[in-house]
Write a protein that binds this ligand. Sequence first.
Ligand code: ADP
Length: 357
Amino acid sequence: MKKENFVKNLLRWINHYCIFFLLVAFVITCCTMLFVDTLRDSLGLTLTDENISDAAKITFLNVILLSLIFTVIDAIRRKLAVEGPANRITEAAEKIVQGDFSVRVKPLGKLGSEDAFNRIIECFNKMAEELSSVETLRTDFIANVSHEMKTPLAVMQNYGTLLQSPDLSEEERLEYAKGISDASRRMAEMMTNILKLNRLENQQIYPNATEFDLSEQLCESILQFESVWEKADIELDTDIAESVTVKADSELLSLVWNNLLSNAFKFTNAGGKVSVSLSATENHATVKVRDTGCGMSAEVGAHIFEKFYQGDSSHSVQGNGLGLALVKRVIDIMQGEISVESAVGVGSTFTVRIRRK
Ligand code: ADP
């Protein structure tokens, strides 16, 4: 390998030397001929063969020497201005190939360096940053999924062991079996949400847009929670404008209302109130889901649309922190807007604004 490199370098040197030799020979020949011609004419000199042969030999040596000097100077310039930065970029790229995304290349000093290299370095650093955030997201995602799966699995394992004890009462047996089916339902729900989110994240265009009655859809979604608000003794207040039609993917939108409503009921205690309103202008429809529940701090509010984020640990068994991430993704695909106003102990209001056409 070393010998091969040596031969390659030698050939490159010879190549550069030949280029300089031809260049210097051409320039010097032209200059000498012009100079000698002018001198001979103005001074009336006669040049003998011997004179010319001596001058040619000296000039030839001169060309060889000058070409050598130029080749060395050019090699040093290349080493400093081209090979140095190129090596730095290559070494960093090799580290990235090995999985170290923290690597960054220092920009070159302005003096003597090619500006194009600084542009490459800038792009390279941006690429490394992007790769590192994608990697963090990926590892966080795996860690979150594993963590979320461990809890229901542990619950199932426990109940499974308990079910193996010989003298169980019918009541105990039913309780443990219910524990297992609840935990497996949670896991299945999480998997469904992950799959939905994955599908939505890979989806840039918005495919199944049909015109439908949003007022009707909202009422249907609310009615699905009838048993929940009755059981939890929560008052429901609705102010839904009639016959508001939108052109959208109705399945995706119902996902939004179901998540917002289920959160509103989940985070509101008995005696509280959940209000849902729908208003519309010619181009936009606005849905507000307000509750008088536990509310959230600004710190929690800043993270609620992130995957697996759960601000309120007391309700964590009833969810997996994917609901609002899904909602946000759907609203983003629809180029709509979602915002939240909330105060701890007072309640929260989620506002969704979507285009009607
Ligand atoms: P999950 O409900 O499964 O925890 P979500 O993505 O739906 O996941 O919500 C993320 C977090 O946002 C919740 O854990 C909670 O802290 C907060 N949150 C969402 N909706 C409300 C609400 N109506 N009132 C108070 N906090 C809420």
